[in-house]
Design a protein around this ligand. Structure first.
Ligand code: DGJ
Length: 697
């Protein structure tokens, strides 16, 4: 059993790691250990005891409470803050009991009650043993009769081995420039990473690593994420007593929740892990977890898609799409996706959102004709939607102007000429379920790209059943209900999550979507950096990557294909303008990808040379049984003379013999990893090199 319990001490063990906490003499639940799994139960340290701090601080600066409520002289960042009906803003929790259970993953739940008020808190832990991951969330319940106002309810506080000098890595960005990695030393005080936009947003990603001098392949790394598709907050804190901690959960900015009797608040899951083997291993752990545990179709190879957006923008009709489809099919594409512009009155971005039925001028006989032509070409058909949105110029808005997020006394700020439907409202949820269900039921649609193109403003919710500031959270739960119901009714449809590119990439959305549209920036050299950031927590199978015409004047088509082949390959260029040679190159690359995609989508990924730090890069994928692999090498722009550094392969069986494409002599896996391979490239040249195991070790 990976959970060891006693009345006052708990140890959660995974395959290689352990996490322990216990009650100290003052009955505070104190974090005790996180790191390598130790041989004996008695090996784990005792809880910290309060002793000898100055009256100017509270004990919390030294004692790492597992889930601190704001109370007393606690001045460090709490995970919970509430106001009781009589105005008291102080929460004093004592353990009532605990229980273990859970299947297939073991779970531990510890139940606490406030000493004077009817507040109950349950701390939940789920162990993902084989992934070395621990999942945490909390449930808050009101056992009384009067509402309790919850002003902060994070999912977890993670405490790192006592000391300072840790570095935090997080990601920041903007539209067309997502997933930039930032590593910084944590110093005393608080560092905050957050989203206030109703989606995680391009600006920040609900993901982190914390470590001291780790590298891609070595060193202790603590890493984690929040499975949440809305406003989140990460606070990393170093106290004056050199205690380093990180909290993660729902953002408490503009947040308040009326906790009513019989209506528990359940927070999203925080999932974290520890590895002694560097950033690369942390990523691979998450990659496996996502594929095996989260994705609806994580064991199904992704089809190579064509998307019409960059070719036709809003000018879609049966003929234009069918012409593209024919060329795409000849190149070997397997799924044809019609993007924006197909629905009622949608000729530009200023009208139509909300009216999800085919535009009568563009598709007088509905979508059936085009879908049949696509299917007759041997391809599946996919469609773009943006269900959470409405243009003021739409039948839906004219009928239901009150359905959008707004304050009645304020102007409704439009972004991209659109407003956001209040997904917290059940009538809005039902409308979207009914409308999309109709499209999916009446047409042979295999794939949906679900877009979301603006952040929230004027976050009002009239007639809210609780505090209107619950909107930020209830919106996301409404989204999950809609998407979950559609998935239940149409289980074979593959969904893609998009929010103006990579604005909603998170483990919450991966319950529904198998893919993420990572960025609207499809320029291949920039894309290399974006892909490196994305790969920190998401596997290649989720990374939809189109080859487009962006940068075609300078970047060779083959290079553009190679970049997109590092994920789930798609094509998005205007094929009508591709000459015969380009179409042939496309067909050749697609054929090659088909022969290696199982390695890329299901194998282990090793980032060998980082594009965010260099004008050259290398990334390798190797099948789980280590029998076949593929190495991608890129050089962007470096003045000559330049020699590509030796590339040390990873993840090979050291004793087995491997041949590497382009190298005469087979060598041991150990040799390719230690002595490495030499590759010469010119500027804007790339190579795909296959790795084949010849003998068993
Ligand atoms: C934003 C997406 O990121 C694009 O790929 C495209 O689907 C447009 N929206 C369509 O409006």
């Amino acid at each position: 059993m990976p959970i060891h319990t006693s009345p006052n001490y708990w140890i959660l063990e995974t395959r290689h790691s352990a996490y322990a906490f216990g009650l100290n003499k003052s009955n505070l639940l104190s974090h005790c250990y996180w790191g390598k799994r130790l041989p004996f139960v008695k090996d784990y340290p005792a809880p910290f005891e309060p002793s000898g701090w100055a009256s100017t601080d509270g004990y919390d600066h030294f004692i790492p409470e597992e889930y601190p409520g704001y109370a007393g002289t606690k001045y460090t960042d709490p995970t919970l803050k509430v106001t009781f009906a009589d105005g008291v803003r102080d929460v004093v929790l004592s353990l009532v009991d605990f229980k273990t259970g859970g299947s297939p993953q073991p779970e531990l739940a510890l139940r606490f009650k406030d000493s004077a008020y009817p507040l109950q808190l349950t701390l939940h832990y789920r162990i993902h043993e084989e992934y070395d991951l621990i999942e945490r969330w909390v449930t808050l319940e009101n056992l009384g009769t009067e509402s309790i106002s919850v002003e902060r309810a994070f999912s977890a506080k993670w405490t790192f081995p006592h000391g300072n000098g840790y570095s935090l890595t997080h990601m920041y960005g903007r539209h067309i420039d997502e997933f930039n990695m930032q590593r910084e030393i944590l110093t005393p005080g608080l560092k905050v990473i957050e989203s206030r936009r109703i989606i995680p947003s391009h600006r920040a990603v609900p993901w982190f690593t914390v470590e001291r001098e780790a590298s891609e392949n070595h060193g202790d790394v603590f890493f984690g994420t929040l499975a949440w598709s809305g406003n989140f907050k990460i606070t990393a804190e170093v106290t004056e007593y050199a205690s380093t901690r990180l909290s993660i959960g729902l953002n408490d900015w503009d947040f308040a929740w009326q906790l009513k009797p019989n209506e528990p608040l359940v927070t999203p899951s925080a999932i974290s892990g520890y590895t002694p083997n560097g950033f690369g291993d942390a990523s691979r752990i998450f990659h496996d977890y996502v594929r095996n545990e989260l994705l609806p179709h994580g064991k199904v190879l992704h089809k190579i898609l064509y998307n019409s957006w960059e070719a036709t923008l809003f000018n879609v009709d049966e003929t234009s799409q069918a012409n593209l489809a024919e060329i795409a099919a000849n190149m070997g594409v397997e799924l044809f996706v019609m993007d924006d512009g197909w629905f009622h009155n949608r000729n530009w971005d200023n009208a139509g959102l909300g009216d999800w039925f085919p535009d009568a001028k563009k598709f007088p006989n509905g979508l059936g004709g085009l879908i049949k032509r696509v299917n007759d070409l041997g391809m599946d058909f996919g469609l773009w939607v943006e269900p959470e949105m409405v243009n003021p110029d739409s039948d839906l808005y004219r009928a239901h102007p009150d359905w959008v997020i707004h304050f009645p006394t304020r102007a409704r700020t439009e972004a991209r000429n659109q407003l956001i439907l209040n997904m917290a409202r059940v009538d809005v949820q039902d409308y979207i379920i009914t409308t999309l269900d109709k499209i999916l039921s009446e047409n042979n649609i295999a794939f949906i790209k679900w877009d979301m193109n603006r952040p929230a403003s004027e976050p009002g919710w009239q007639d809210a059943p609780g505090d209107p500031r619950e909107l930020w959270v209830r919106y996301v739960y409404g989204l999950y209900r809609v998407w979950g119901e559609l998935r239940r009714r149409h289980p074979n449809v593959i969904w893609q999550s998009c929010a103006s590119g990579g604005g909603r990439p998170d483990f919450g959305i991966l319950q529904f979507a198998d893919q993420v549209w990572v960025s609207d920036n499809t320029e291949a050299t920039k894309r290399l950096s974006i892909q490196e950031g994305f790969s920190q927590f998401m596997p290649a199978i989720t990374m939809e990557a189109w080859v487009t015409d962006w940068g075609k004047e300078t970047v060779p088509l083959e290079f553009r294909f190679h970049v997109s082949m590092c994920g789930s390959l798609g094509v998005g260029g205007n094929l009508l303008e591709w000459n015969q040679a380009e179409r042939q190159m496309g067909a050749d690359c697609i054929e090659l990808y088909k022969s290696i995609r199982h390695i890329i989508q299901f194998g282990d990924q090793y980032r060998l040379i980082a594009p965010q730090k260099n004008n050259y890069s290398a990334v390798q994928y190797i099948s789980k049984d280590k029998s076949e692999g593929v190495l991608f090498v890129f050089r962007t722009l470096i003045p000559d003379p330049f020699r590509f550094p030796v590339i040390h392969l990873r993840g090979l069986d050291p004793e087995a013999l491997y041949s590497i494409e382009g190298f005469d002599q087979p060598r041991s896996g150990l040799a390719w990893m230690e002595a490495g391979v030499r590759v010469e490239l010119k500027n804007l040249q790339s190579k795909v090199i296959r790795i084949t195991r010849l003998t068993q070790s």
